[in-house]
Ligand binder design. Sequence first.
Ligand code: GAL
Length: 340
Amino acid sequence: MRESFGALPDEREVFAYTLTDGRISCDILTYGATVRAIRVPDRDGLLRDVTLGFDRLEDYLLQDAYLGATVGRCANRIGGASFPLDGKTWHLAKNDGENHLHGGLVGFDKQLWSVEEATDSRLVLSLVSPDGQEGYPGTLRVRVVYSVEDAALSIEYRAEADKATLCNLTNHAYFNLNGQGGGDVLGHTIRIFADRITEVKKGLIPTGELTDVTGTPLDLRQQTAIGAQIDADFAQMVLAGGFDHNYVLSGEGLREAAVAEGERSGIRMRVLTTQPGLQFYSGNFLQNLPKGKDGAVYIKRSGFCLEAQRFPDAPHHKNFPSAVLRPGEVYHEVTVFSFS
Ligand code: GAL
């Protein structure tokens, strides 16, 4: 199903597509290739919308929290907003102090995507990012496929470049498994299948160390309440104001990365991904947002993100999996959010 979602200031029309498998349904916007809603039955069979979003396009244009958006060309932070590639230094837009965050000032989250294909349960969106956009070398052609099947939303990313460049795509949905607008997520439980995080310094830029989580509040290998130690006096957590860390996922291929559960709804979400990293962000910076869907007020920590990705600042750390994409290569990653 397709509906108009209003027009951008330059009059281009934005559409909302609703995908369903008969159990869950998702709304996807062509603006930012954004996941606007995911409706899932709770333990009593009542549908709850488990992701934060807005009812009006104007409100998406006003905010800078990446609600539900596709983030690129390079998700997460790049220290000093520059990177070396093949003997040259490339300078990127600075939009997070001295650093580059989530693709820059006008990242993929703020662009209008084209519709390639649409069915009741599948939507293919594409974007061409021109050579030099936000400082990145090369033209990047991106396709994102959303499909809904067996109570899961699967997101598949493909990209190709005509010059060596960086590519690191993710989705920035904020989840509240008790239902969006249902207060904070501190009572949710979470489990992340990772023994290490990429340690950060000021500005949340990685030091390059992969630190063992054992014995720290960042150890989420057992199902743990998000709020249990979120304000612990532990340097990495104090720096980030809560959870805002990239977990080094165990294993390879499409495998389970995390499980979260809303204590009031009984809705459980499993995240599977082919990516090496998972940024767990507990919505610490959520504030001053326009009113959300159905008048919801989005307060600090009223949603959490699980952003499957390459490690932050990868171009500056030889020990991190590469985020470089070269001509002739195909960037291909899959992330699945599965509900029960
Ligand atoms: C997250 C990031 C946070 C913050 C947020 C946007 O992905 O980890 O530090 O920048 O995006 O507000």
